[in-house]
Design a binder for this molecule. Structure first.
Ligand SMILES: *[C@@H]1O[C@H](CO)[C@@H](O)[C@H](O)[C@H]1NC(C)=O
Ligand SMILES: *[C@@H]1O[C@H](CO)[C@@H](O)[C@H](O)[C@H]1NC(C)=O
Ligand SMILES: *[C@@H]1O[C@H](CO)[C@@H](O)[C@H](O)[C@H]1NC(C)=O
Length: 437
């Protein structure tokens, strides 16, 4: 047991606020074995701390003004941790609804008759541990059901793993911790207000970590994409190691190696309507398997289950990766050469360690994140349309989905798809072959 004095001093740190109690909506998940079947786990969801009100301890003044810490509240990385409290949230107000083992996230919410952007990001939380649920997926498979019917072009209903600290960096001067959704990182090294439990005062640091994108998708296109980093856990990058100027300078593979059936030539595999192998007007199951050889990740396989039928991943028809329907280091290097401009095409996936390094992160344990977003920078064309948008029709790898190059603008999405939403359900993981029939 900690002495009481120490406990009291720990409480004076980036702390939970006292205005709104934090109540995690329940989202049960399952652990599965081939022999024993699936056993429910007591998990819930927690909204990322960036979406929460951060204010001075004991008062009501925002700690942040115009994206910067208010220096009359705090002016040092440790001081802002001591002086700022993060509040609980009303999940419905952020467009998040749970029911039994499913969670629906809306891109927009309506407040006082006005549509506004919600774009929430949530994590799976382990109630028994009081930390994020720890997924160790090496030699395992991960499954969920999804309803993509309300996520059209330009929308991304995302489910992925980041190598965040399981406690959300609690204990490093941060008593709010995972319960309040702290400690985010991903392979884009995003600027965060707090990193390693310290305030990122001048926003010079990025929070980098390995990321396994299981599901980036809408009803028209889908991709899975590992992004390894050459640092373990959460790495606070500075300057060029964040890759903001040149993506290839980053400690992380910011582009990743993508498997997108449409991009690989299988244009009628995934999409809206019965003329597609996977029909996104109806729910389906997504299974992702992580195979190893001598302990190292060598292959990521995907399959779908819809209407009682097991459907293998789309098979590539592109010459050079013809027949490929899973991901290996070989697939990634050939695909990058074919799509990225020849043998000299940069392959940051390989530079940052490829499948092996991605597998090491999957083995250490990662946090499950779910989000819905639109893309003010690239209009999501990298996922569902054509890049560059003036590519000739037969340019290898340019077309990633059937969405128009004129679409995907946030304002347009708000007008045309005010009800954009994604529903994830039946999250389960365990031995290969144990999570689906
Ligand atoms: C900064 O904090 C001070 C002290 O609490 C407050 O008076 C001031 O209004 C805040 N500034 C902004 C821009 O919120
Ligand atoms: C799950 O954990 C929470 C927090 O410990 C507890 O209050 C709740 O009763 C648990 N629920 C189940 C179904 O075990
Ligand atoms: C990680 O990758 C970056 C970019 O390639 C490189 O500058 C850095 O030296 C690498 N770090 C390690 C520890 O290998």
């Amino acid at each position: 047991m900690l002495p009481i004095i120490l406990l009291l001093s720990l409480v004076a740190a980036q702390q939970p606020g006292t205005n709104t109690p934090e109540r995690h909506p329940s989202l049960p998940s399952s652990r599965c074995t081939v022999q024993g079947g699936c056993v429910p786990a007591n998990t819930s969801i927690v909204l990322d701390s960036n979406f929460r009100w951060l204010h001075n301890v004991g008062g009501y003044t925002n700690c942040m003004a115009d994206g910067k810490f208010n220096t009359s509240i705090c002016s040092s990385p440790e001081g802002c941790v001591t002086s700022c409290a993060v509040e609980g949230v009303d999940y419905a107000g952020y467009g998040i609804k749970t029911q039994a083992d499913s969670v629906t996230m809306n891109l927009f919410t309506v407040k006082e008759g006005k549509t506004q952007l919600a774009s929430p990001r949530i994590y799976l939380f382990d109630e028994a541990e009081g930390k994020y649920a720890n997924f160790q997926l090496l030699d395992r498979e991960f499954s969920f059901d999804v309803d993509m019917s309300k996520a059209g072009c330009g929308v991304n209903g995302a489910l992925y793993f980041s190598e965040m600290d399981m406690a959300g960096d609690a204990g490093k001067g941060n008593t709010a911790g995972a319960k309040y959704g702290t400690g985010y990182c991903d392979a884009q090294c995003p600027k965060q207000n707090f990193i390693h439990g310290k305030a990122n005062l001048d926003q010079s640091l990025g929070a980098c970590c390995s990321e396994m994108d299981i599901w980036e998708a809408n009803s028209a296109a889908t991709a899975f994409t590992p992004h390894p980093c050459n640092e373990t856990g959460v790495y606070a990058c500075k300057g060029e190691l964040c890759g903001d100027k040149n993506r290839l300078d980053s400690v992380c593979d910011r582009d990743g190696c993508d498997f997108n059936g449409y991009r690989n030539g299988a244009k009628s595999f995934y999409g809206k309507g019965a003329d597609h192998t996977v029909d996104t007007t109806k729910p389906f199951t997504v299974v992702t398997q992580f195979y190893t050889k001598s302990g190292a990740l060598t292959e990521i396989k995907r399959l779908y289950v819809q209407g009682g039928k097991v459907i293998p991943e789309a098979t590539s028809t592109v010459k050079g990766i013809e027949g490929a329907n899973s991901m290996t280091d070989g697939y990634c290097s050939t695909q990058k050469q074919l799509f990225g401009g020849g043998a000299k095409a940069p392959n940051a996936f390989a530079t940052q360690g490829g499948m092996k390094v991605m597998g090491e992160a999957l083995g250490r344990g990662m946090v499950l994140a779910m989000a819905i977003w639109h893309d003010a920078g690239g209009y999501m064309h990298w996922l569902d349309s054509t890049v560059p948008n003036d590519s000739p029709p037969n340019a290898l790898g340019a077309a990633r989905g059937p969405c128009p190059t004129t679409g995907g603008r946030p304002a347009q999405i708000q007008t045309e798809q005010p009800d954009a939403a994604v529903t994830f359900s039946k999250i389960r993981w365990g031995e290969i072959g144990s999570t689906y029939k």
